[in-house]
Design a protein around this ligand. Structure first.
Ligand SMILES: Cc1cc2nc3c(=O)[nH]c(=O)nc-3n(C[C@H](O)[C@H](O)[C@H](O)COP(=O)(O)OP(=O)(O)OC[C@H]3O[C@@H](n4cnc5c(N)ncnc54)[C@H](O)[C@@H]3O)c2cc1C
Length: 470
C-alpha cells in the first residue's frame, strides 16, 4: 500500500475556520482578496507563479504551531517558506497554505561560547550582519539574499566550505514544529536521529523555527573575482582543479563561465565578453595573502583582477545586485569527482554558448573540511565528491525561458555521464523521485525510515520529497 499525502488541493475553506486561524496568529494571514496578496505570493524565481489559498506570515513559534495544526486539520497542501530562493519554488504552492517565516528574523550572537541562534526566516545577510562585529562567521552560500532555512536544511555550500565545512557541519541544534504540531528540539544528544536527518534532508521533517550555529573566527578575508579570456579555459580549469584539490583548507575558489556586465566597474573593452572567472576566498593570515596568490597570478595573469582584502560580508554579498529577485531561472546540478579532458572540452563548448548575460555555470569545491565528514555522519551523502556543479539559465525576460532552459538541460545532459551520479538537492529543479534518491544515495533508506517516524503521512511534501518508508 502506498502512503498518500494527507493533503489535497483546493479545499473549500470555511470562512469561520479561516477567521479562527486569523484570531490565533500574531502575524498576518493573507488571502487572494488582500491587496498585499500578489506581492506576498511572489518568490525569487519569477518562472514560478503559484497561487496559494492562504499565506500565514508567522512571527513566532506559537504562530507556526497554529498554522501547522490548521493545515493538517483542514487537509491543506502546506508549503514552508524561508528565504523563497528555491529554484523550483518549493517554498510555495497552489491552493494550499504557505507558512511564511519571513517575519521571523531574530538573531542572537553569544560571544562567550561563539554560538549564533538564528530564527527560521532569516536571510544569510542578516546572519553576516549580526556576526561580523564579533569577528565570527557561519559558513553560508555565495549570495546574502538566500534564506538560512532552505540553504541549511539542504546542506549549504559556500566560500568557507573548505575551511569550516558545509553549513550543516556548523549546525549545533534546531527548534522544530513537527507535522502533529509538537514542538521539539534536536541536537547531538536530543532527538539525535532527527538532527541527523535535518542536516541535508531538507524541509521534509518539520518547520525549523530556529537554528543554533557554531561561529568561526573570520572577519577580513582576501578574496574576490579574477577573470580570464575564454581561450584560456582549458588550461585554466586544469590548473585550478589541480590547485584546489591540493590547496590548504584556508583557500577556496569557485570556477565559472560568466558574461561581463556592461557597467563602469568593468573595463569597457570587456563589456559583454564571455569569460572564465575564479572567485577566491582566503581566510589565512592576511600578511601571507599576496604570496599565496602569486602562483595563481603567475599562471597566466588575469585580464581583470579584483581580488584583495575585504570584509567577509562584502564578499558574500558581492553578486546580490546582479541576481535580484524577479529573474527567470532554470537550474541543473550534479556532483563531480574530477574533470578529465573530455569533460573540460564539453564545458568549453557549452560555457562559450551562455545564452543570456546572466546565464552561468559554477563549480564549487566541496573538498577540504566539508569532504572530511563521513558520508553517513549527516544526511548529505556526497562527501567523497570534490565539486558541486550548477548550470543556471537566467534572464529577466520570460520570452527567453525556452532558450535558457534548453541550454541548461543540454549542458547538463552532456556533462552528466562524467558526474558522480547525483546532484545537490538545493540546486536541482523538481525532477522526480529518482533524482532525490540519487542525491541521497545510501542515506535515502534511513531518511525514509525517519520520515515515517516524524511525518508518517507525508504532510510536509512540498520539498525534494522523501517518501515515508512503508
Ligand atoms: C541566487 C541563488 C544563489 C544560491 N547560492 C547558493 C549557495 O551559494 N550555496 C548553496 O548551498 N545554495 C545556494 N542556493 C540554493 C539555495 O540553497 C536553495 O535555493 C534553498 O532552497 C534556498 O532556501 P530558502 O530558504 O531561501 O528557500 P525557500 O524557497 O523559502 O525554501 C526552500 C525549501 O526549504 C524549505 N524551508 C525553508 N526554510 C525552512 C524552515 N525554516 N523549516 C523547514 N523548511 C524550510 C522549504 O519548505 C522549501 O522546501 C542559491 C539559490 C539562489 C536562488
Amino acid at each position: 500500500m502506498s502512503v498518500q499525502p494527507v493533503t489535497q488541493n483546493a479545499p473549500q475553506l470555511a470562512e469561520q475556520a479561516v477567521g479562527a486561524l486569523r484570531a490565533q496568529l500574531r502575524g498576518e494571514l493573507i488571502q487572494p482578496s488582500d491587496p498585499r496578496y500578489d506581492e506576498a505570493r511572489k518568490v525569487y524565481n519569477a518562472m514560478i507563479d503559484k497561487r496559494p489559498a492562504l499565506i500565514a506570515r508567522c512571527v513566532d513559534v506559537a504562530d507556526v504551531i497554529a498554522a501547522v495544526n490548521f493545515g493538517r486539520d483542514n487537509h491543506l497542501t502546506v508549503a514552508v517558506r524561508g528565504g523563497s530562493h528555491n529554484g523550483p519554488g518549493l517554498g510555495t504552492c497552489d491552493d494550499g497554505l504557505v507558512i511564511d517565516l519571513s517575519r521571523m528574523r531574530g538573531i542572537r550572537v553569544d560571544p562567550s561560547d561563539k554560538t549564533v541562534r538564528v530564527e527560521g526566516g532569516c536571510l544569510w545577510g542578516d546572519v553576516d550582519h549580526a556576526t561580523y562585529p564579533f569577528g565570527l562567521a557561519v559558513p553560508t552560500g555565495f549570495l546574502s539574499t538566500t534564506g538560512v532555512g532552505g540553504l541549511t536544511l539542504g546542506g549549504g555550500t559556500g566560500y568557507l566550505a573548505r575551511h569550516y565545512g558545509l553549513t550543516i557541519d556548523n549546525l549545533l541544534g534546531v527548534d522544530m514544529v513537527l507535522a502533529d504540531g509538537r514542538f521539539v528540539t534536536a541536537g547531538a544528544t536530543e532527538n539525535s536521529d532527527l538532527f541527523w536527518a535535518v542536516r541535508g534532508g531538507g524541509g521534509n521533517f518539520g518547520v525549523v523555527t530556529s537554528f543554533l550555529f557554531k561561529g568561526n573566527p573570520v572577519q577580513t578575508v582576501y578574496g574576490g573575482p579574477m577573470f580570464w579570456p575564454l581561450e584560456m579555459a582549458a588550461d585554466l580549469i586544469r590548473f585550478w582543479q589541480d590547485f584546489i584539490l591540493n590547496a590548504p583548507d584556508n583557500i577556496n575558489g569557485w570556477f565559472g563561465f560568466v558574461t561581463i556586465p556592461p557597467v563602469p566597474l568593468f573595463p569597457e573593452s570587456h563589456h559583454l565578453e564571455k569569460m572564465c572567472v575564479i572567485v577566491w576566498c582566503y581566510t589565512g593570515p592576511l600578511a601571507e595573502a599576496e604570496s599565496v596568490f602569486e602562483p595563481l597570478r603567475k599562471f597566466g595573469p588575469p585580464a581583470i583582477d579584483y581580488a584583495g582584502p575585504l570584509p567577509l560580508p562584502a564578499l558574500q554579498s558581492m553578486f546580490d545586485a546582479l541576481y535580484p529577485p524577479g529573474l527567470q531561472s532554470y537550474w541543473c546540478a550534479d556532483f563531480f569527482n574530477r574533470y578529465d579532458d573530455k569533460a573540460i572540452e564539453l564545458h568549453i563548448k557549452y560555457g562559450s554558448q551562455l545564452p543570456t548575460m546572466l546565464s552561468t555555470m559554477h563549480i564549487y569545491p566541496i573538498n577540504g573540511a566539508a569532504g572530511r565528514v563521513g558520508r553517513q555522519d549527516t544526511a548529505w551523502s556526497y562527501r567523497d565528491a570534490n565539486f558541486a556543479q550548477v548550470i543556471v539559465g537566467v534572464d529577466p525576460d520570460p520570452k527567453n525561458n525556452e532558450r535558457i532552459t534548453e541550454w541548461a538541460k543540454n549542458y547538463w545532459l552532456a556533462l552528466h555521464p562524467f558526474s558522480a551520479g547525483g546532484g545537490y538537492v538545493n540546486m536541482i529543479m523538481d525532477e522526480g523521485e529518482e533524482r532525490v534518491k540519487a542525491a541521497y544515495r545510501d542515506n535515502y533508506a534511513r531518511l525514509a525510515q525517519l520520515k515515517a517516524k516524524y511525518d508518517p503521512n507525508n504532510f510536509f511534501h512540498v520539498n525534494q520529497n522523501i517518501k515515508p518508508e512503508e
